[in-house]
Design a protein around this ligand. Sequence first.
Ligand code: NAD
Length: 329
Amino acid sequence: MLRIAVIGAGRIGQVHAKTIAAHPQAELALVCDPIEEAATALAQTYGARSCTQAEDVFADPKVDAVIVGSPTPFHIPHLLAAAKAGKAVLCEKPIALDMKDVEAARAELDAVTTPVMFGFNRRFDPSFAAVRAAVEAGKIGELEQLTIISRDPAAPPVEYIKVSGGIFRDMTIHDFDTARFFLGDIVEVHAMGQNLDPAIKETGDFDAAVVTLRAASGAVATIINNRHCSSGYDQRLEASGREGALFAENIRPTTVRLSNAEVTDAQEPYLDFFLERYADAYRLELSAFIEAVEAGTTPPTSIADAVEALRLAEAATESATTGQPVRLS
Ligand SMILES: NC(=O)c1ccc[n+]([C@@H]2O[C@H](COP(=O)([O-])OP(=O)(O)OC[C@H]3O[C@@H](n4cnc5c(N)ncnc54)[C@H](O)[C@@H]3O)[C@@H](O)[C@H]2O)c1
């Protein structure tokens, strides 16, 4: 039984706490949030202890592992402090808001010896993972083009957008990791940002984007993002190869279809937002983390994966700003 603490009792902290509480090999030991009511409310829901100082998590001998779900600027400090205290770490994306912060901590990050995994949950989505397994098994021949569509039902509050690091670091980061998961090293990034929402434009961020990535293999990925989508949480993926194609479609609560005089084949809306849509992915991500920690094996996603995804986010930001493709060495 892995005793896990969750740092940050916000949106993703709540997802992880729920997932841990339901997992047969995990125990939610401690919840930490500087907002005391947030920490105690989440802890009490699952019978865990709570605290308001992250230092209390790192010093706690009854904590084996830490999930870092605090705001992004705290990811590196929390990850390093947890690792120095000998705790295994599952850290949320992105690793930082700026590559400069990664470079400043490079020596300490390289020195980490405890297991560290990053929260690229979409690698564990059963449909996306099945597409990748089929690609790896040669079912569509050589992979030539990957298309990732990721549209949120509605934009987060402007206050969140202002400190998010921008759409590429905050949202597209998942898709950059998915592209790397399928295609390996990326050598060229070309991004176009869109300003469809005047409130988000005022923050200086884009609220929609199309990104093209060229892999070292010659394969190309297209990522389509939008902070809003009238039909709900639109999460699809298509892999096209020399000898076939694979499609992962949106998921609904049931497969029921309605046909009548007004509509034919109408279905329920898609599973709404990340908690519901990726519930299985978060569960399988946690299982992979626990398995690696208990078996002493390398977790499936690493600090290096997190750094590479951030590098792609920075290249996309530059490309969308200058209008020029960015080549990566
Ligand atoms: N993998 C995913 O699907 C996913 C989804 C959402 C968010 N995230 C990531 O998770 C992180 C948190 O996002 P969120 O949406 O949950 O934000 P949020 O604002 O809902 O929650 C953040 C929580 O952290 C707390 N906090 C602030 N400073 C803290 C500190 N020093 N120590 C501990 N807790 C602190 C806040 O009080 C708040 O309760 C972000 O980095 C985000 O990119 C990942």
